[in-house]
Design a protein around this ligand. Structure first.
Ligand code: C2O
Ligand code: CU
Length: 494
């Protein structure tokens, strides 16, 4: 069937075809919501927390009677949650025991360029399998230490694979996890915490007859061609919704406030989330951390890679009530996400304060340079198909399209053509000041962002702060199939 995967009803059908699973899918609302394990540091010293992650093949029990092979951080999907403290350095040593090269990107991290997971900055397989790095990439063999200074506020970040040409298939096979940062401001707010602070990684998958994740691609270990056939070039959509790795799971809650850190980790699917018969979402945070004040939503439009940090208050409900999180963009199975069941009463002392964090508001007066980038299909051909490009240029590690100065604030206008494109930039957080001809960011783009959704024909004006490091970084479309089909470009902070 055709699924819009889009927010704007006038763009029905513009995302890819929905893959149909070759096995019966699990019944909805039968399995419990898994909570990804929090990774313990292997060592701490006065300034730094040290972690170790092994990327390896694992087996997940998602389907009845069949195992699903996962390429995961520590062999699991989601990977373990890494927790950092703002201002304390975090070092993560990644060992690659997968049969392919990998590159790890901390999405939303203010990271030095050599630790940012540049698409050709690879960790080659420890086993030597699938060893070619391709595209003149450089690689260390076996393992790499990624150093994160964590000079940034409390936020819900995530880490995922970023290998050039293969980010789509490698994330699809499981390479994604949460990385949370806490700070004193957040601690002072009495927000719901502990068991009532829950990360939700939402993604869609389809399954092959043997239970593995079905991706319409040739074996990436055997060729440098991504091989995404034309029908899926607009993005790979699955027919099964997973939350924290389980199909349409259930979470038992008390009649209290919960903090949900919602991440859309899907390759190409966008969601419009609503709590059917339940409370509204009170948004307290965006991609890059807390908002200045809460924003209430009946529904949330969430594009790939975006995060919505929300409070939901179940206190108006009785024990036994069921509240389903639905996806108003979906149909059939993809119209449902997960369910909350109110299972007990609980005294709740958490609050949602009227003021959250003090945010600096960037202003057009600070802008030194203006640039415009058009995200569209066209301008280049490869493998017998027309590529996705930025200003008509396909990604090349050697071409740098912008040289912002360290400390500068620039105004970038981003336009999306042909279909929707979620724009994401590494290193440099931004504020949305205009969208689709309006001089405001819109309901869903408050605070500091690192990803912004653009509808077909859409346009966004961003004020971007280039801070922290000099060096070469990428910006790209976070539809991972578009990214793999070259919709990416370099900037270099000078
Ligand atoms: Cu979430 Cu360049 O990526
Ligand atoms: Cu795109």
């Amino acid at each position: 069937g055709i699924d819009s995967g889009g927010f704007n009803n006038s763009t029905q059908g513009s995302a890819g075809r929905v893959l149909e699973s070759e096995v019966p899918l699990p019944e909805a609302f039968r399995s419990r919501l898994p909570i990804p394990p929090v990774l313990e540091p292997v060592h701490r010293d006065g300034t730094t927390d040290y972690f170790e992650v092994t990327q390896k093949v694992g087996q997940a029990a998602i389907l009845e009677g069949l195992k699903t092979e996962v390429w995961g951080y520590n062999g699991i999907l989601p990977g373990p949650t890494i927790v950092s403290r703002s201002g304390r350095r975090t070092v993560v040593t990644h060992r690659n025991e997968l049969p392919v090269p990998v590159s790890v990107h901390l999405h939303g991290g203010k990271t030095a360029p050599e630790h940012d997971g540049y698409p050709t900055d690879l960790i080659l397989s420890a086993s030597g399998a699938g060893g070619h790095s391709g595209h003149g990439g450089t690689g260390v063999v076996g393992s790499k230490e990624y150093v994160y200074e964590m000079d940034q506020p409390a936020a819900t970040l995530w880490y995922h694979d970023h290998r050039m040409d293969f980010t789509g298939p490698q994330v699809y096979r499981g390479l994604a996890g949460f990385h949370l940062i806490h700070d004193d401001t957040e601690d002072s707010l009495s927000l719901p915490s502990g068991e009532r602070d829950i990360p939700l990684m939402i993604l869609d998958r389809a399954f092959a007859a043997d239970g593995s994740f079905l991706y319409p691609s040739v074996d990436p270990t055997l060729t440098s061609t991504p091989g995404v056939t034309d029908g899926y070039m607009s993005g790979v959509l699955g027919d099964c919704i997973l939350v924290n790795g389980a199909a349409w799971p259930v979470l038992e809650v008390s009649d209290a406030k919960y903090r949900l850190r919602i991440l859309n980790a899907s390759n190409a699917r966008r969601y419009r989330l609503r709590l059917d018969g339940g409370p509204r979402f009170v948004q307290i945070g965006s991609d890059q951390g807390l908002l200045s004040a809460p924003v209430e939503h009946d529904a949330i439009d969430i594009a790939q890679a975006e995060r919505f940090d929300v409070i939901v208050d179940f206190s108006g409900h009785d024990v036994g009530d069921q509240i389903t999180m639905v996806n108003e963009n979906g149909s059939g199975g993809t119209a449902q996400v997960m369910r909350f069941v109110v299972a007990r009463r609980e005294a709740d002392t958490s609050v949602v304060p009227d003021r959250l964090a003090d945010l600096e508001n960037l202003s057009e007066d600070d802008v030194s340079v203006e640039r415009e980038f058009v995200f569209a299909r066209g301008g280049a051909q490869a493998h017998g198909t027309t590529l996705w490009t930025v200003n008509g240029q396909p990604f090349s590690p050697d071409t740098i399209v912008a040289h912002p100065e360290l400390g500068a604030t620039e105004k970038w206008t981003i336009r999306a053509q042909n279909v929707e494109h979620p724009f994401h930039i590494h290193l440099a957080p931004f504020q949305v000041i205009g969208r689709d001809g309006n001089d405001d960011p819109g309901r869903y783009n408050q605070g500091w962002k690192d990803t912004v959704n653009l509808d077909t024909g859409g346009r966004a004006e961003l004020l971007i702060r280039f801070d922290g490091y000099r060096g070469r970084y990428v910006f790209h479309c976070h539809n991972l199939e578009h990214e793999d089909m070259m919709m990416m470009a370099n900037f270099e902070v000078v």
